[in-house]
Design a protein around this ligand. Structure first.
Ligand code: TXE
Length: 491
């Protein structure tokens, strides 16, 4: 990072916290290493913050709320979000390079999806807050009107798979509604969050409205969740971590939104458009190396086209070739870490032990030079496993998918709903009535028909069952990041 000069404040390769408008190290002066997973080499150091750093950030936020930020109007806040969007856009290549180095995802993907979507999030919530309105309920002798006030300070805790995208998805509505933010990105992918802090600094955002503390989840993340002055938590990450966050935050009556894991079905009916379906299901399975909570990792196929579909699917998957994320033509990058690669590899081995047949992948690719040290794993397709097997029900969060035949719609639904998760699903059919019927019967927060991850930022986003609690997106975000209050006037 130092050689590339991508982060201005980190001239020595030491990325800093951003608290009260200042770039500062952790009080205890401790550091963590940040690695490029494609080459397993250190690219930066980040502060290993503790609860005292969270105290500073929470105090800076409280001060901002008492100051100019607390008095700001909707127009000013929307302008600020627009200014953030403009600056990120002007540094698109820098942001995409940082995201790709940190996550191992292809630069081309970060440049075309992650960063533009972060820009879109800031622009969208600038518009949304400008256009929001609240209700008025008149009675014969009284008038009720509803106002939305800031909640206070939000702790925003985000994962490593879509670092800037998910941070912007929470930061933009939190600020739009007049709250302050204490953000903690994953310790594995801290860089674009710090680049975002530079943007807030450059545009002269009021000190303390956006604060950033780096460090480990169990230390600084936990301290954010426990902090008395942090009145709301929006968390995206693993289901087990989500449970811990809820156990701490719920008795404190904090506003809480949890976006957790998934084990999402892609359901393919015989009457689908086969070519488009193969293309869409491959994308759903392996986007970002299968490390998206929405990825379709259980592929259910009607038996009459099962052989035809799986042959076409595997042929297309073989075109995904792990390679250097920094090269423009790479279509499949590294996983987030060697530890995660080992976990994914463990599931591929388990699949064989559980009686599955590996149709492609199942091993580390042979890459030369320093990429040989990287966290790569081939896209892997497994057939022949029982829908109840561990590989077919546990979240792998990597490039391993399972194929399952079904005979009837009822059977497809039984398999689809037979897991603890309920985040997303995709249904592939040309029968409109069936599309409606199946979509409504699937237990998941989101269903796509004949597509996957087609996003409209106005729609509710979130999961049911063990995939989380609450919805964000559009007015749902504006409601979550505010306190809705009713005032009744006797006439
Ligand atoms: O997530 P964690 P990890 C799933 C996926 C993956 C697994 C673990 O299955 O293999 O989760 O990934 C912070 N209090 N998803 O370990 O630990 C942590 O520092 C407060 C699905 O990376 O849940 C990071 O900032 N915060 C997911 C964030 O929580 C804590 C995306 C998420 O980390 C904390 C990523 C604590 N006690 C992984 N412990 C999705 N739904 O998109 C950790 N953190």
């Amino acid at each position: 990072v130092r050689e590339l000069g991508l982060l201005e404040h980190a001239s020595e390769g030491q990325v800093l916290n951003y608290i009260g408008g200042e770039f500062v190290p952790a009080q205890a002066g401790r550091w963590l290493e940040d690695l490029d997973p494609a080459r397993n080499r250190r690219i930066a150091s980040i502060p290993r913050s503790e609860s005292s750093d969270v105290d500073d950030a929470a105090n800076a936020a409280s001060e901002a709320r008492r100051g100019a930020w607390g008095q700001s109007g909707v127009g000013e806040r929307a302008d600020l979000l627009e200014a953030v969007a403009d600056k990120i856009e002007a540094r698109l290549d820098d942001f995409a390079r940082l995201e790709s180095l940190d996550t191992g995802k292809p630069f081309a993907l970060a440049r075309s999806v992650d960063i533009p979507r972060a820009v879109a999030n800031f622009r969208f919530f600038a518009g949304a807050v400008r256009h929001q309105s609240t209700g008025c309920h008149s009675m014969a002798n009284a008038l009720n009107y509803t106002v939305r006030k800031p909640v206070g300070t939000f702790g925003l805790i985000t994962p490593w798979n879509l670092p800037l995208y998910l941070l912007s998805w929470k930061t933009a509505p939190a600020l739009a509604m007049g709250n302050c933010v204490v953000a903690k990105p994953s310790e594995l992918t801290p860089l674009t969050a710090s680049a975002l802090a530079e943007v807030f600094s450059e545009i002269g955002a009021p000190a303390g409205c956006f604060n950033l503390v780096h460090g480990l989840g169990a230390e600084v993340g936990q301290a954010i969740v426990e902090h008395e002055d942090i009145t709301g938590i929006s968390f995206t990450g693993g289901t087990e971590t989500g449970k811990r966050v809820a156990a701490t935050a719920a008795p404190m009556f904090k506003k809480l939104s949890l976006e957790l894991g998934g084990k999402n079905p892609s359901i393919v009916f015989a009457d689908c458009d086969l070519e488009k379906t193969v293309e869409g299901v491959v994308r759903a399975a392996f986007a970002n190396q299968g490390q998206v909570c929405l990825c379709g990792s259980r592929i259910l196929v009607e038996r009459s086209i099962y052989d035809q579909f799986s042959a076409a699917f595997v042929e297309r998957v073989r075109e995904l070739r792990p390679g250097d994320p920094q090269q423009g033509d790479t279509n499949f990058g590294a996983l987030i870490s060697l530890g995660h690669r080992d976990k994914v590899e463990g599931y591929a081995k388990l699949a064989a032990e559980e009686g599955g047949e590996i149709l492609c992948g199942g091993k580390r690719p042979e890459l030369s030079g320093d990429l040989a040290e990287g966290a790569f794993f081939e896209p892997t397709v497994v057939a022949g496993l029982a829908p109840s097997s561990r590989c077919s029900t546990e979240e792998i969060f990597g490039p391993v998918v399972t194929l399952h035949p079904f005979d009837t719609e009822a059977e497809a639904l039984e398999i689809a709903n037979g897991v603890r998760y309920g985040l997303a699903a995709s249904v592939w059919t040309n029968d409109l009535t069936r599309a409606h019927r199946v979509s409504e019967a699937i237990e998941s927060g989101m269903v796509w028909v004949n597509t996957w991850l087609l996003r409209d930022l106005r729609v509710p986003f979130g999961g049911m069952k063990d995939s989380g609690v609450g919805r964000e997106g559009g007015r749902h975000s504006l409601e979550f990041f505010s306190e809705t209050r009713n005032i009744c006037i006797q006439l």
